[in-house]
Design a binder for this molecule. Structure first.
Ligand SMILES: Nc1ncnc2c1ncn2[C@@H]1O[C@H](COP(=O)(O)OP(=O)(O)OP(=O)(O)O)[C@@H](O)[C@H]1O
Ligand SMILES: [Mg+2]
Length: 152
């Protein structure tokens, strides 16, 4: 990596249990995202979610890195709502993800790529994407919600 490129630009915690990490599009970005998400899941007492949450964040960041090559940065956001974590990744492209499904038939089953979001759809309680209006910065957010702790 270019020594001048800082992989993490900012980390903000707004005190409302929402953390925002601004990541440069470097090959290490997905690894940084995994480390950050693992740390937050452990801090929040949700070791049960470490595997699913790190995989989801990793898929989202890798997608932004691969499919939005002109991006100057991405944002990885994590917030909690009544014990339910929400993972969001912002990137500057308006193009929404186009997940493939089993309904796509053999082309999907035999393909070695195009599986990331399918896996996310199986792990997350819900997931989706939405465009951000230009006046609010543009681009889009891809998000996934994970289950709350039923023991609480
Ligand atoms: N952040 C994104 N911006 C624009 N398009 C996206 C983004 N993420 C995904 N896509 C589109 O949605 C498709 C499906 O994404 P998915 O992650 O399931 O597969 P993939 O990235 O092509 O392959 P894999 O994740 O298996 O390596 C992608 O091929 C791409 O066209
Ligand atoms: Mg992918």
């Amino acid at each position: 990596m270019d020594a001048m490129v800082r992989p993490i630009e900012t980390v903000m915690d707004d005190g409302d249990r929402k953390t925002v990490v601004t990541l440069r599009p470097v090959p290490q970005a997905a690894d940084i995202a995994r480390t950050f998400i693992e740390h937050r899941m452990l801090v929040e007492g949700r070791p049960d979610l470490v595997d699913d949450a790190t995989l989801i964040a990793s898929e989202f960041i890798t997608n932004a890195y691969v499919h939005v090559p002109a991006a100057e940065f991405f944002k990885l956001m994590l917030c909690w709502n009544a014990g339910s974590p929400l993972i969001e990744v912002w990137d500057p492209s308006w193009a929404l993800p186009r997940p493939r499904t089993l309904a796509d038939g053999d082309g999907f089953l035999l393909s070695t790529s195009g599986k990331g979001l399918f896996i996310v759809s199986r792990l997350a309680q819900s997931w989706g994407s939405r465009r951000i209006p230009k006046m609010k910065g543009g681009g889009k957010i891809v998000w996934a919600r994970l289950p709350k702790n039923e023991e609480e």
